[in-house]
Design a protein around this ligand. Structure first.
Ligand SMILES: [Zn+2]
Ligand SMILES: [Zn+2]
Ligand SMILES: [Zn+2]
Ligand SMILES: [Zn+2]
Length: 195
């Protein structure tokens, strides 16, 4: 009997999650691993969905190159750091050209079902710091370092804005402090900047 009750709860929770995702199980899987769903042509990063493959690829980073030339990058790749000279970061043995992708990669990827604490579970819908656990959630990433947490909190609205942006060049520029060549607009920290 108890097992049946638990089953009902699990199925109910799964249905809730499926309802929130556009494409169902395939996208659910992609969202759990920050992947691109080929079938639905929809990408996920930190629980945010996007239809631009280029934006998704920029956020998700690439495997770290084995022959780095830059000393700053060599040092950064050894300790999940950021190379100021190149404007790129390193985390989880991946290389990020996007400051947004980097900051949201520094946490510990934590699936909703792994979160035991209710306050933390609630925070993972967007973000929040839990004093009881001495940890913060930003989407599905868990941080125990407050500075890293706050940097991720600042990055998440830029991720959300870029995912909604109609112009692909602008979306990528937003998350990389770059320039959209089509619109001739530059971005700094997610906002349009001077030139
Ligand atoms: Zn899908
Ligand atoms: Zn470098
Ligand atoms: Zn907690
Ligand atoms: Zn543009």
């Amino acid at each position: 009997m108890r097992l049946v009750n638990q089953l009902v709860i699990v199925v109910g929770a799964l249905m809730l999650v499926a309802g929130a995702m556009a494409g169902g199980e395939c996208c659910e899987k992609a969202a759990a691993t920050n992947d691109w769903c080929k079938g639905c042509k929809e990408g996920f990063y930190n629980g945010v969905s996007m239809s631009s493959a280029k934006l998704h690829k920029t956020l998700a980073g690439d495997p770290v190159s084995t022959n780095m030339k830059c000393e700053g990058c060599k040092a950064a790749s050894a300790n999940d750091g950021w190379c100021k000279d190149c404007g790129t970061g390193y985390a989880n043995k991946r290389h990020y050209a996007s400051w947004v992708g980097y900051r949201l990669a520094l946490g510990k990827h934590t699936a909703a079902k792994e979160i035991k604490c209710d306050a933390c579970k609630k925070a993972s819908a967007d973000h929040g710091w839990c004093d009881a656990c001495k940890a913060g959630m930003v989407g599905c990433e868990r941080y125990t370092d407050k500075a890293q947490y706050e940097a991720a909190v600042a990055a998440r609205p830029v991720l959300v804005a870029a995912a909604k942006e109609k112009c692909e060049g602008c979306a990528v520029a937003m998350v990389t402090n770059g320039k959209c060549e089509a619109c001739k607009v530059s971005y700094k920290d997610g906002k349009k900047s001077g030139s």
